[in-house]
Design a protein around this ligand. Structure first.
Ligand SMILES: Cc1cc2nc3c(=O)[nH]c(=O)nc-3n(C[C@H](O)[C@H](O)[C@H](O)COP(=O)(O)O)c2cc1C
Length: 73
């Protein structure tokens, strides 16, 4: 995450894509979104007001993944 900080802070918008594993957001993406919290917490406001797009993919459906991603936003 450290290497991505500058790019995240400068970005105008975010596209977060993740896979459906066992009818939920896959684990690696979950970890990433947990770390993403720092941008809306103490140093905050780095992502406030910016556009975010959630993309979910799956063998049968990515809908649940989209809902999981939106919980972090
Ligand atoms: C451990 C594991 C669990 C998965 N569980 C689901 C699932 O519950 N529902 C689903 O639609 N797809 C499931 N998939 C399929 C993945 O979403 C799919 O592999 C991923 O979207 C990437 O697509 P690809 O395999 O065609 O590259 C699972 C895949 C793995 C590896």
């Amino acid at each position: 995450m450290l290497g991505m900080r500058g790019k995240i802070e400068k970005a105008d918008a975010f596209v977060i894509g993740a896979a459906n594993y066992y009818s939920m957001l896959n684990g690696l993406s979950h970890c990433f979104l947990e770390r993403f919290y720092q941008f809306r917490h103490q140093e905050g406001k780095a992502v406030a007001g910016k556009l975010g797009v959630a993309v979910g993919i799956g063998g049968s459906s990515g809908d649940r993944v989209v809902e999981d991603i939106k919980k972090f936003w």
